[in-house]
Ligand binder design. Sequence first.
Ligand code: SF4
Length: 402
Amino acid sequence: MVSGSTNRHSGRKDVIMQNDASPGLYVHVPFCRSRCTYCDFHVAALRPGVVSEYVAALVAEIRKYADSGFRPRTIFVGGGTPSALPIDEWKLLLSTLSDSFSGDLVEWTIEANPESICKDKIQIALGLGVDRFSTGAQTFSEKGLSLMGRRHDAERVSTVHQWFSECGVPRTSLDLIVGWPGQDLESIEVDLESVRSIDPDHISLYHLSYEAGTWLHAMRERGGLKPLLDESCIEYSNTFLNGLADQGYQRYEVSNLAKRGGASLHNLNYWLRGEYLGVGSGAASFLKGKRWKNKPDVSAYISKAGKPDQVDVEFPDSQRTMTELIMLQLRLAVGLDTRLFSELTSIDFLDVCGGSLRIFAEQGLLVQEADRIFATDSGFDLLDSIILQFVEDVEKSWNAGT
Ligand code: SF4
């Protein structure tokens, strides 16, 4: 057995394992009023005529799968900005999902942006079976919100969570971003205090990245802003993680923390390489050994009326499966299941990656316990490099004909 230090923030003991779970359903609502400065997602302008045609096509696609017998265990309605849907489309989409699937669900999440969610929409959603709202706060610093092009102010996030509480929303999540230019320890303290007062049961803590095509990327290339140093990003991230741990949050995935059993079952299914279906323009699916995406084109999606073109179709072979398991499961505090790895690929993880694993364990980055390999806190800081090394090991072994 290879051993090492364990995680202060780890939620390993509490996370619900669900390798045999039935599929999740992701519903993509691509509309936003404006594009945030860091965002490279597939989004479209919010135009009323287009939105109602899009929701009609989405309803047709959902009904098609419901009629074929598809039954999800979890639903996640994301975007884009689902909460920006006008109230009629909000009702139509959610009542279609409720009529089609509600009996079999263990979790139903909707993403809500603070500026576009209201009490009416919350109550309609709750009445139809939604039990979890995820809010894109990103920061409680007005300077940070402005830099990231967000359309809400800090106070609005607290107001929305007050509504969640008054309406009886059972579970809530907040998204936060670490590493934006100009962020400092003082603003992180403000963020942590705001989290303490809102007290959601789930936090997603993302690192800002400068994706090509975004406003922030262009500004950085032009020298119009000064990115934080990598060391500052790590320091700030650790300040967040320590502050959240002090509030009782456990890190169950590299970017996600939960308290009161609030881990996202829908997202856990992705990281465990479970099956899921995506509906809507650009939505990705993995079902019965096949991966594909709906063509990311809102006009084409509308014209296909529920039968969108599929792109990026692939049937992962053993090599691809190994890579996916490494990339997905090492993100989790419970880590990679080496027994499952062998079952799915017919290859022993230790035969292929044992050498690198020993080195990472000696460096205190990874731990092996029984049939699990998981990252320590220091390992999470270097997770990309660890994953890259294992993927190289897999490729080398595959090419050598192991
Ligand atoms: S609200 Fe979300 S999806 Fe829309 S532009 Fe901003 S980050 Fe992108």
